[in-house]
Design a protein around this ligand. Sequence first.
Ligand SMILES: NCc1[nH]cc(CCC(=O)O)c1CC(=O)O
Length: 324
Amino acid sequence: MTLPLRIGTRRSKLALAQSGMMQRAIAAALGVPDDEVETAVPLVEIVTTGDRIQDRRLLELGGKALFTKEIEEALLDGRVDIAVHSMKDVPAEQPDGLCIAAIPEREDARDAFVSRDVAAFQDLPMGARLGTASLRRQAQALALRPDLKIEMLRGNIDTRLRRAAEGDFDAILLAVSGMRRLGVDAAIRQTLSPDAFLPAPGQGALAIQTRVADVDAAWAAALNHAPSALAVAAERGAMTALEGSCRTAVGAHARLADGVLHLTAEMLSPDGSARWRRVGQIAAGEDLASAEALAAARELGLRLGAEIHAAAGDQEVDPATLPG
Ligand SMILES: NCc1[nH]cc(CCC(=O)O)c1CC(=O)O
């Protein structure tokens, strides 16, 4: 692929921070001098339907895809060449013609506990108000503390932090990774154990999306981090088998240690009273970046996800149990 390489990005602070990081990484991989980065690898801001819609119902109808639709159209039209997404927000299936070309080294996958007055999750007083929009975080919190009152908390990270600082909630839960990328991780009171708060599939990872024709570009190989890509493949395998969406409480976390890929995956009932968890591992193989290694990781995820699905049955979510 020839220069310029244009990166399509949403305008949110987190999207701009993540796209900016990848802009610098791609420029470095291609040997672009510092003063030419903005022209060789420019950022192109795109407003998505998801950014425009304020109405919660419409957002629920459209789901995650509303935040990516316009960027994917720009990729397919050739107006931009690259898009950077939070992997957690990328649906299981890619649209025709597009693919994930690289997964860079992942940030911390864990959740953070943020509160004005309370130092740690276990110190929350009886009946405390916990703000989150995530069914997974709701269920995992209630599994430990059924007395908590879960309240809907939407908006970007800054908005959520402001509301926590103003005492609208006793505490909120956010991804460590997003807070670090925005430089607001000083607000983290406690990093939650990934066992109790098993992270969302792909949390902390980025997805570099391109046209299928550009999948073998030199920058893609330079950006990809094979251990992160393997872990994400396993987690997304589980997500796919569980039809993970914002309407199911699903966690999946994989890590590579001494050549072995370990995966934990789980589904919970929205009130946290039921929990189906499976752990499994495979030898990661000689070449971590090979198609075979990725396929084996995904298979591990699909298998554990299918086992969980079989044990749990269909957990159709009653809207009355959603945060709010
Ligand atoms: N759904 C919102 C979202 N999507 C990606 C991140 C940042 C975390 C990441 O890199 O996975 C966040 C915010 C959050 O969950 O706190």
